[in-house]
Design a protein around this ligand. Sequence first.
Ligand code: NAD
Length: 354
Amino acid sequence: MLHVGINGFGTIGKRVADAVRAQPDMTVAGVAKRSPNFEATIATDRGYDLYAAGDRDPFEDAGIPTAGTVHDLVAASDVVVDATPSGVGAENASLYADHDTPAIFQGGEAADVADVSFNARANYDTAVGVRSVRVVSCNTTGLSRLFAPIEEAYGIEKARVTLVRRGGDPGDSSRGPINDTLPDPVEIPSHHGPDVQTVFPDLDIDTMGMKVPTTQMHTHSVNVTLASEPTSDAVRDLLSRESRLFLIPESLGIDGTGKIKEYTRDAGRSRGDVWENCIWAESVTVQGRDLYLFQAIHQEADVVPENIDAVRALSRRTASAEQSIARTNEALGIGRGLVQHEGTPARVDGLADD
Ligand code: NAD
């Protein structure tokens, strides 16, 4: 059983902790937080040992018991997942190195924070046995999962993506109230293209970014010039065989990200999380060698299974990417409860929500 510590218990950290708990081969060693806010009480309510990422006194003053400091947590962990705010992970790197504890960082950190920029579908093997990985950002994760099978099947000559980015997460009150549409960043390419190249070094990709006033999901408008000329149906079939891609059937009447979130809440998923890329099936169109599609990415959720696979890769506990991905998917319930492309019935077995 792998003991996984989670440093930072916010949007990503709390989801990773619940996902670790759901795995048959992992347990949560504890979680560390900086401030004794509502998420600290959630951590203790869920039975996680809570460690102070700074002074313990504010927690004790708030009546929230702590099991020690983050140093104690790192010492007690086989692997640490750092889910602290962007930039703090880099400050924590020496803490993990001092304890010789393998560490997983998030996409808000610069690529050089870790040995490898990681996506389970695209480059699991590069992370096997290294000391640190960076799970790439939600957008880069969504693009990597999409490009890996397309590159393997058809070859990619050039990718162009416009990312319509959510303005903030639902709890990000400091980013609002908002009512605007921004080219963001206004420079081209946006940072997303170079970030995708940390996973696919040879990929020719240009990206443009915008921000819009929604907290639901990101939406990508994707154009890929292929090296070959498949039919639209062939691409749909290829993508529908990928376990972390959900092709939204036209029959569901899901016309936007709001309905995707409503669907997954109705399906009984914890926090309404959408771990899969959501690709509108009817948008998948090939004209000549140009492939077009729209996909939506749930920024709070898609990196969560990738963190789990990164734990297995770092600790060499699973033989292959396929085994780890299948194990993670099964434990979390990825793909369950969703009507699949071509009318495949929804999987109805129980949902693993924590
Ligand atoms: P968050 O602000 O929701 O959570 C961060 C947590 O870390 C909070 O609980 C905070 O109290 C705690 N914290 C702050 N300073 C700390 C410290 N020094 N030590 C320990 N804990 C500390 O942030 P988030 O959205 O979960 O983002 C975490 C990382 O994940 C970032 O790198 C971010 O770029 C990346 N990421 C975020 C999203 C997203 O949409 N939220 C998606 C993908 C990747």
